[in-house]
Write a new protein. Structure first.
Length: 70
């Protein structure tokens, strides 16, 4: 697991190597759509595993497409 600062939002980090959920987990199919911690769905890209910089608590997802416009 490697946490990396989000380029245009350095107060947050994303995990560029999230653990694959079990095959029967609800989010397994979503995980399979991602590469290096970024999930692509059509033209939208999402950081799939995000935390505030300096913390250890995973807070969920954040839109990469939104922050890349920064």
């Amino acid at each position: 697991m490697a946490w990396v600062n989000i380029t245009n939002n350095t107060g947050y980090q994303y995990n560029n190597a999230p653990t694959m959920p079990d095959s029967d987990a609800a989010d397994h199919k979503l995980w399979a759509l991602g590469t290096a911690g970024i999930r692509t769905n059509g033209s939208s890209k999402v950081y799939s595993n995000v935390r505030k910089a300096g913390t250890t608590k995973d807070i969920g997802e954040m839109s990469k497409s939104f922050w890349d416009k920064g």
